[in-house]
Design a protein around this ligand. Structure first.
Ligand code: SAH
Length: 630
């Protein structure tokens, strides 16, 4: 499953036959390697023997794995890993699965190593309870040391432990955010300890820690004991022009020098921008490769269209545009508009932060300008998980769907459904609900966030591909000429309403059946009517979705009339409302009398075929037509 990609490679260790049995299926769905001692037999080729002591074996495989899953006593695990642990920024995630499989413990590297997330994902696979002891998790707060990861921010210096501790103690933590997305601020629980902005004079002592989110390199005042940390959103685009043959070394040192002069953080560099004829300039290309910066290039015609503070006639004569560095920096900082981003395009020029600076050495010269983007570059390829959450209760949702919801950076769906899955959400996730009629907007928003680099779970009730959001998202992607890769798509099926309804009343779908939505908002009523007639004539068991709303009262009456013309009046009909939800209500009736009961938008109507019957309050459709039995 690609959901686990961020944690791979994963090694699992079992030392008893029982723990091997417990971890083996898990390792298969995670594509993890399961190691067992030589005294145990191997289950299949995905299991390996380790020779000698487990301690030595662990030392051998420690560096090559990003996560370890142990099915062992926690004490034993602690002793085994203690000599290998180095730093929470680099240690692998350590998970302990309790031997009965009821609990999954995030033991070590909960935040940066991802153990908290992985423990939750594994718990969902095993239907177990995750045990996460980190303070921020228990307060439902995003952990400060991984806050910016979804947005591609880079971590700066600071007292991370001190700030985390202040947050855990719910002390007042000042946040000064000068760059980057503020989406995380919209998704904090009430009573969070963050304080945005600057306190009144004299109130400063109420601040007990500080978080800077900025492209500026802050100097922490000497002697200050206030714990502080810095995150750098990647918002700075460096425009470069240079004489042919200028070395990578000069380019790098020029950029560093200018960043220093203007107190800017090189960690906040999003990418490099230049003119297209420099796309093969060795110094620039090598610099970008080494730093893993994207290199954006623009033609002189494009660069020509922008007004810059320092145009040059000489440059214009040479390359056809009076500005390379400044104009390219400005275009780079507004790269987002090429992807259909929104915002104020009129003031492109306003993004220029540092006008062009020339750095020379012998016969090399480089010109640098810096512009700041409104939206940070994440450096990540986004994903969309199209998730069917089943009819309502969590037990009816697939573990894969639960995992997708838990794993996503952002969750988008209709508010009623989001409430039902609240317990699956992780602290720090972006959760956005849009009104029920705004499905298209919801799809567009998901695509926007995913193109930006987030993993986004789009939630539909039932199955996402049956009158759900999945189709809308794919249609929208097609409309914007999606390349099929970015964002990547994964579809998670769910139990659709007709299955849920059927299960609650027996086996009505045992023979050929069809589903028809009575909503004529997106389908002309003539078409729906034709399908109703065909289903009635074809003797299909028929599930009616969206049967009646406050504004659509007549459709269900017409549907009944059509079926009465072709089917016995006593044909069993089930009205299943809110299947698997708290206010579930089930009525077994027949075609003639069905309209005497409440039918609304939370109801699925199941109309039997000519051989469907009721027995002891179960609705049964025979598997075959008896007269044809051979
Ligand atoms: N994607 C959903 C269907 C969305 S259309 C699915 O696959 O189930 C919405 C319609 O589905 C509702 O009007 C109702 O007819 C039906 N529906 C959805 N959830 C239901 C539930 N829990 N019980 C009964 N009907 C339900």
């Amino acid at each position: 499953m690609t959901l686990f990609a961020a944690f791979k490679p994963i090694a699992a260790i079992a030392t008893t036959p029982q723990s091997t049995q417990l971890l083996h299926p898990l390792c298969q769905s995670l594509t993890a390697t399961l190691y067992v001692p030589e005294t145990l037999s191997l289950i299949d080729s995905t299991t390996c023997h380790y020779q000698g002591s487990l301690k030595n074996h662990l030392a051998t495989i420690w560096a090559e794995n990003r996560a370890f899953i142990f099915c062992l006593a926690t004490g034993a695990v602690i002793r085994l890993i203690a000599p290998l642990l180095e730093d929470k920024a680099s240690d692998p995630a350590i998970i302990v699965v309790e031997p009965t499989g009821q609990y999954v413990i995030s033991l070590c590297s909960g935040h940066q190593g991802g153990a908290d997330r992985l423990a939750q994902l594994i718990a969902q696979q095993l239907n177990a309870t995750p045990i996460i002891t980190g303070a921020s998790h228990s307060l439902n707060l995003p952990a400060i040391d991984i806050l910016g990861l979804p947005f591609g921010w880079r971590k700066g210096p600071g007292d991370w432990t001190g700030v985390s501790h202040a947050i855990a103690c719910q002390k007042r933590v000042q946040v000064i955010q000068e760059a980057g997305s503020k989406l995380w601020q919209d998704n904090l629980p009430q009573n969070h300890p963050f304080y945005f902005g600057f306190p009144e004079i004299g109130e400063n002592n109420l601040i007990e820690a500080r978080v800077w989110i900025s492209a500026t390199k802050r100097k922490f005042a000497e002697g200050s004991t206030l714990p502080k940390v810095q995150w750098y959103p990647r918002v700075l685009w460096v425009g470069i022009g240079c004489i042919r043959g200028t070395s990578q070394g000069l380019i790098e040192s020029a950029i560093e020098k200018i960043f220093q002069k203007y107190h800017l953080a090189t960690e906040a560099i999003a990418g490099i921008a230049t003119i297209d004829i420099k796309a093969d300039e060795v110094g620039i290309v090598e610099y970008c490769q080494e730093k893993q910066y994207p290199l954006l290039t623009y033609s002189s015609d494009v660069l020509n269209t922008i007004k810059v503070p320092n145009p040059s006639e000489v440059v214009k004569e040479e390359v056809g545009t009076p500005s390379v560095a400044e104009a390219a920096a400005i275009y780079g900082a507004n790269y987002w508009f090429n992807y259909g981003g929104s915002g104020d395009k009129v003031g492109l020029e306003k993004s220029l932060l540092v006008t062009k600076q020339v750095v020379k050495s012998d016969n090399e010269a480089v010109t640098v300008a810096i512009a700041q983007s409104q939206l940070e570059y994440t450096g990540k390829e986004g994903k969309i998980y199209l998730v069917g959450m089943g009819p309502g209760s969590l037990e009816q949702m697939t573990p894969a769907a639960k995992t997708a919801i838990n794993q996503a950076d952002a969750i988008i769906g209709y508010s009623l459904y989001l409430e039902l899955i609240q317990s699956l959400q992780s602290p720090g996730q972006i959760v956005e609900s849009l009104p029920i009629t705004k499905e298209k907007k919801r799809a567009q928003r998901a695509i926007y966030l995913a193109k930006w680099g987030l993993s986004v779970a789009v939630i539909s009730s039932g199955d996402c591909g049956i009158y759900g959001m999945a189709g809308l998202v794919l249609e929208e992607l097609k409309n914007i000429n999606w390349d099929g890769k970015n964002p990547s798509i994964e579809v998670f099926p769910g139990i659709t309403a007709l299955q849920a309804a059927a299960a609650r009343v027996g086996t009505p779908l045992m023979h050929d059946f069809c589903a028809i939505s009575l909503s004529d908002l997106l389908t002309p009523w003539d078409v729906i009517k034709k399908r109703l007639e065909a289903a009635a004539i074809g003797d299909f068991v028929t599930a009616l979705y969206n049967p009646r709303s406050q504004t659509r009262q007549n459709q269900i009456i017409e549907a009944q009339t059509i079926f009465l013309q072709h089917r016995n009046h006593q044909t069993p009909v089930a009205l299943v409302r809110c299947a698997y939800r708290q206010d579930e209500n089930i009525i077994l009736t027949n075609l003639q009398e069905m309209l005497e009961h409440k039918i609304d938008m939370l109801t699925t109507v199941l109309i039997g075929n000519s051989s469907t019957f009721l027995h002891q309050n179960w609705m049964i459709t025979p598997r075959g037509y008896n007269q044809f039995r051979r």
